[in-house]
Design a protein around this ligand. Structure first.
Ligand code: HEM
Length: 405
């Protein structure tokens, strides 16, 4: 017989525990068998097995399309527009979309962009290498993903600037002052959709080696994506693949700045790149959690969560669980991989579609940076973006390093 969640006597995350460190400190006060906590949105799970358990349970639906609503936004045209993406789709609709699009996001498609990724990164380091100083966020993280997404989609070089402006307006969707930016976001979404329709029309008449061509060709059992679905997928790539990657790069490099021996090791042994990416995403992920809501009454571990209940999944907390990751609070890129994966790309049916691309971007960037920015140090103080929901990372990171590499 299960107990109603609201009737349980649960530890409550204090309202002033905003940062990850504060939440970790709270977590350390919990008894080891406490798996459920109460928080601002409803409930939260903090153990690895429950994070995976909830994310793999199809009765829990993605709340991503409902985040604006949770932020108090009531404008209906805006809310309707944000609900259409793959991350909000569930059930048969989601299965169909994933089946059609997943092959286009395979590791081989990401691998063909690796030389281009190195070219972009070298181009960003060249202007700062002679002085040996930079704002790592403005000079490297911010500009890195856009050319890669453009190349992936097949947008011409002459459109990078336009694309970059539209993407940054669309990405205001993640900002804390979104309520003041609804018109800006919707105008950019409209303009981007128009632009994407142009790209799709061009590829329909002249296929090329890029994601749009692959998505147009994607077919399963006679089923194909409609033009509107293609437009939605391009939007998902921009929203899902830009800020995540740049913040993850910032988080990773801030971590290496605190561990100079690991940075030097990576420069010496670039073959450690794949481990370096997994270990830095485990230790310091840019996506620290996600949210689900109960699509029906759900019984889980003898607790009844009524339909509509929100639950947060602590990916960052799960990534530090000692029973899954031995010596979890040590950052070490030579550690053998744990049996289970780090969770910063999520788990279950919404597992990051761009994981191969993101891995390739980070695996190319980190060893190149370690080689060209030896003795990297933070010069002053890192300013962080507001912690909490969404994507986390440095806002400014002044650095110095040995010049001329
Ligand atoms: C380091 C960089 C990245 C991180 C940390 C990351 C993280 C995530 C996470 C945690 C999810 C699942 C969210 C949830 O279950 O609520 C997700 C989904 C998704 N990601 Fe990523 N992501 C990254 C890069 C990318 C890139 C480069 C792309 C596109 C090329 C991308 C496209 C997507 C899409 C389309 C989804 C939705 C999948 C679905 O709902 O089926 N992501 N990502």
């Amino acid at each position: 017989m299960s107990t109603l969640a609201s009737e349980l006597d649960l530890p409550e995350i204090p309202l002033d525990a905003v940062t990850f460190e504060e939440r970790q400190a709270f977590r350390r006060t919990l008894a080891p068998d406490t798996w459920l906590v109460r928080n601002l949105i409803g409930y939260g799970v903090v153990h690895y097995e429950d994070a995976v358990g909830v994310l793999r349970d199809k009765r829990w639906h993605s709340a991503s399309g409902r985040i604006p609503e949770l932020m108090g936004i009531t404008r209906q045209d805006f809310l309707d527009r944000q609900r259409g993406g793959i991350l909000s789709a569930e059930g048969d609709e989601h299965v169909r979309l994933r089946r059609l699009v997943a092959p286009a996001f395979n590791p081989r498609a990401a691998d063909r962009l690796r030389p281009f990724m190195r070219e972009v990164m070298d181009g960003l380091v060249d202007p700062v290498a002679p002085a040996g100083r930079a704002d790592f966020v403005a000079d490297v993280c911010e500009p890195y993903p856009i050319p890669i997404i453009c190349e992936l989609l097949g947008a011409p070089r002459s459109d990078w600037q336009l694309f970059s402006r539209l993407a940054s307006d669309v990405l205001e969707i993640f900002s804390a002052d979104l309520p003041d930016k609804l018109d800006l976001v919707m105008a950019a979404q409209d303009e981007l959709d128009e632009y994407t329709r142009g790209l799709i029309a061009a590829r329909r008449s002249k296929p090329a080696e890029d994601l749009i061509t692959d998505l147009i060709a994607a077919e399963e059992a006679g089923d194909k994506l409609s033009t509107e679905e293609l437009v939605m997928m391009v939007n998902a790539v921009i929203v899902g693949g830009t800020d995540t990657t740049r913040n993850q790069l910032g988080c990773a490099v801030s971590l290496f700045a605190e561990h100079p021996d690991q940075w030097a090791l990576l420069a010496e042994r670039p073959e450690l790149a794949a481990r370096a990416v997994e270990e830095s995403m485990r230790f310091f992920g840019a996506v620290r959690g996600t949210v689900r809501f109960a699509s029906c009454d759900i019984e889980y571990r003898d607790v009844l969560f009524p339909k509509g209940t929100f639950i947060s999944i602590g990916l960052a907390e799960a990534n530090r669980q000692a029973s899954v990751f031995p010596d979890p609070d040590t950052f070490d890129i030579t550690k053998p991989a744990a049996e289970q994966p780090q969770l910063t790309f999520g788990s279950g049916i919404h597992y990051c579609l761009g994981a191969s691309l993101a891995r390739a971007e980070l695996q190319e960037a980190l060893p190149l940076l370690a080689r060209r920015m030896p003795n990297l140090r933070v010069d002053g103080r890192i300013t962080w973006k507001p912690d909490g929901v969404g994507i986390f990372g440095p806002a400014h990171m002044p650095i110095t390093f040995d010049a001329g590499h």
